[in-house]
Design a protein around this ligand. Structure first.
Ligand SMILES: [Zn+2]
Length: 88
């Protein structure tokens, strides 16, 4: 995990990203690290261990309740759901 100083430096460089992070947290998302590809991703499911990449999440039975997805327009996860054949 990043400490506060590192976060401040990071956010000062990319305010848009900071805003996105705030919105995600407000919506109940938590930051997770994919155990397959090691990329960071956001999920409302704290037990989820794989990102939205089909090659990662395909190995994981991801059918979580994601009420904030549509509202946020979180494209990557939405595409993942679509790829898995899940319609909301
Ligand atoms: Zn992954």
């Amino acid at each position: 995990m990043l400490d506060k100083k590192a976060l401040r430096q990071k956010f000062s460089k990319s305010p848009e990203e900071y805003f996105a992070v705030k919105v995600l947290k407000d919506e109940g998302f938590i930051r997770k690290k994919c155990q397959n590809c090691n990329l960071f991703f956001w999920s409302t499911d704290e037990n989820r261990n794989y990102c939205g990449n089909p090659s990662c999440s395909g190995a994981y039975n991801f059918i979580g309740k994601t009420p904030a997805l549509h509202k946020l327009g979180y494209i990557e996860l939405w595409q993942c759901l679509r790829d898995l054949g899940i319609r909301q």
